[in-house]
Design a protein around this ligand. Sequence first.
Ligand code: DGI
Ligand code: FE
Ligand code: FE
Length: 199
Amino acid sequence: MTTELVYSKQYTDLTREDLMQKVSEQMSDKRFQHVLRVEKKALELANNYQIDKEKASIAALTHDYAKERPDEEMIDIIQNEGFSSELLEYGNAIWHGILGAYLVKTELGITDQEILDAITLHTTGAKEMSDLAKVIYVADYIEDGRDFPGVVEARESAERSLDEAVSYETYHTLTYLLKSKKKIYPKTLETYNYWVVSH
Ligand code: DGI
Ligand code: FE
Ligand code: FE
């Protein structure tokens, strides 16, 4: 399924192969293999839930674009490109999606807002997420290389409903963050309050 996808040029002038090349230049081979597995899973979910496959492919291939940028460069962008200084209290785990969308736009020329929002929200989720954003959030969590207690249940929930999968992932990610005493980013709590508690 993956390799048959030919881009329409609506969202990027790059071919899928060019985009893969540009993404691979930004990261280790290990992480690039994760990116390819996220794309595979995102295309499966897009197929099951009638979501645009080309957008799912582009968002999946670019979701971790900024994951290996040096902290100094990310801090410089936060301070000089209009991002909230609150971000400085966090680290790359939180930065790479939010600043990733900015870098994908400025460096790769991808301007589709739904794709950019899916990149922005892929780590924390949000109360309001498009189906595309849900697909990327979930595909990142359940791609075939992931192996953690609960991943089978997470994959099963994604077969039943995208919303159920978002809820499952959010609950388990927040539980993990609390157990390891990590700082919770407000958006992560917003996602929990909406998708786990009161949806
Ligand atoms: O980039 P990936 O490793 O493929 O996956 P990701 O972007 O979903 O998650 C990166 C990490 O971010 C993951 O270990 C969970 C963590 N994370 C998610 N929400 C929060 C968070 N870390 C902190 N400190 N605070 C959060 O609210
Ligand atoms: Fe990520
Ligand atoms: Fe990822």
